[in-house]
Design a protein around this ligand. Sequence first.
Ligand SMILES: [Zn+2]
Length: 258
Amino acid sequence: MPEGDTIHQAAARIGAVLTGRVPETIETPHPRHGGDRWPQRLAGRTVGSVDAHGKHLFVRFDGQLTLHSHLRMTGAWSVQRAGERWRRARRRAWLVMRCEGWEVVQFDGPVLELMPDSRTRSDPRLASLGQDILGESFHWERFVRRLRAEDHTRSIGDALLDQRTIAGIGNLWKSEACFAAGVDPWRALADVGDEEVSAIVTFARERMRRSVQEGYRARPRAVYNRAGQQCPRCGAIIRSAGQGENNRTTYWCAGCQR
Ligand SMILES: [Zn+2]
């Protein structure tokens, strides 16, 4: 599943192609958007900016119209030279924008909508989001207040995935950041001190920012998707299990995460 660093990378790549320009063509091949007339509604409009908040991406056109995307488990954004082979089958494209020899393609939705720009702030799904872990500024006290307002019996691993508390962390970063901080992701929030939370979030923020700049090779690979292998720190066997109400997979080392 795409996490915040993936979405911020996509926003940067799409922004480099579209910002300050009018897409030459906009197509919505997916039947779901066939009757929405986006090509007509967006015709001639300049893209003012492309930005991300957590796992949400926004392409903001002049005239206060914004495309909002969330990839969930299945979607993808792709930016390539016109004529290059696409990453996925053409029939899976929901949106194609062409500009100065580039193609920006959104595959497989599943959340793709055109809305007045004001709704990107007022829509309950978006207004309730926590601070973006990749935001330019990050207010630690505000984040801790939100975290401590949650059910104290909830596990720290599950709480870190709640986008209303902090936006952008997914399974990989939750697992790797808890490992880096030496914190067992199954511990209840009530038993995790602020300094431990700080170690987790600081690691995730710093390494996710690096991943946006340098690409996936900058992602840590200590425990995520490594169940059954040896822990690089203590040699115990890495474990995995579904966690929280959505049963999202967590990876951890019971040997050195306390
Ligand atoms: Zn270990």
